[in-house]
Write a protein that binds this ligand. Structure first.
Ligand code: IMP
Ligand code: MG
Length: 182
């Protein structure tokens, strides 16, 4: 079926650039003189993390973990699977998980539990978009770039069925097959 899609601008490149720079400065100040490992949650966070680390004013290590909860749909499957361990030695270091979107909160809850097992000094969370509408727990991220009340967002790393990740700004997707867009 050929779904009719429509993109509505939500966050411009300019707004994203400004907020990412501010956030990187805050994170740099909070972790100055500390060993910080920033861990991007793939695939969605690859653009956000790349922008964020280039604005950091302290040295950081970077690694990635791959999480999948959506498959090809826009509603959570309820299951989250992860790739193998990152391989970075995290003992005694501060870990900052970098996520694209905080939605139900399931993915991040599982990730925190997983990373705490490596005995880091702390596990923090930084998200590009906090979307509280469908939250299922009381989780609050340490760093939030944008708060967006609702909608299914694409662009700036975010996808719908693997499309739109390459767009430099963030859009809400209206799709005739998507419950989210209604
Ligand atoms: P959670 O476990 O429900 O918090 O799911 C978070 C993950 O679902 C994010 O990392 C995204 O990959 C995906 N996701 C949630 N909402 C959206 C959205 O609006 N657009 C694109 N992906 C989303
Ligand atoms: Mg994701």
């Amino acid at each position: 079926m050929n779904a009719v899609s429509e993109l509505t601008p939500v966050l411009s490149e300019e707004e994203i650039r400004k907020r990412v720079t501010d956030l990187a400065q805050r994170i740099s100040a909070d972790y100055r003189d500390e060993s910080l490992v920033m861990i991007g949650v793939l695939k969605g966070a690859f653009v956000f993390l790349a922008d964020l680390v280039r604005q950091m004013t302290i040295p950081v290590e970077v690694d990635f973990i791959r999480a999948s909860s959506y498959g090809k749909a826009d509603t959570s499957s309820g299951k989250v699977s992860f790739s193998d361990d990152t391989g970075t030695d995290l003992e005694g270091k501060h870990v900052l998980l970098v996520e694209d979107i905080l939605d139900t909160g399931r993915t991040i809850e599982r990730l925190i539990k997983r990373f705490k097992a490596y005995n880091p000094r702390s596990v923090g969370v930084c998200v590009c978009v906090d979307k509280p509408e469908r939250r299922e727990n009381d989780f609050k991220a340490d760093y939030v770039c944008f708060l967006v009340e609702k909608g299914f967002l694409v662009g700036y790393g975010l996808d719908y069925a693997e499309k739109y990740r390459h767009l430099p700004a963030i859009y809400a997707l209206k799709n005739s097959t998507s419950e989210e867009a209604k």
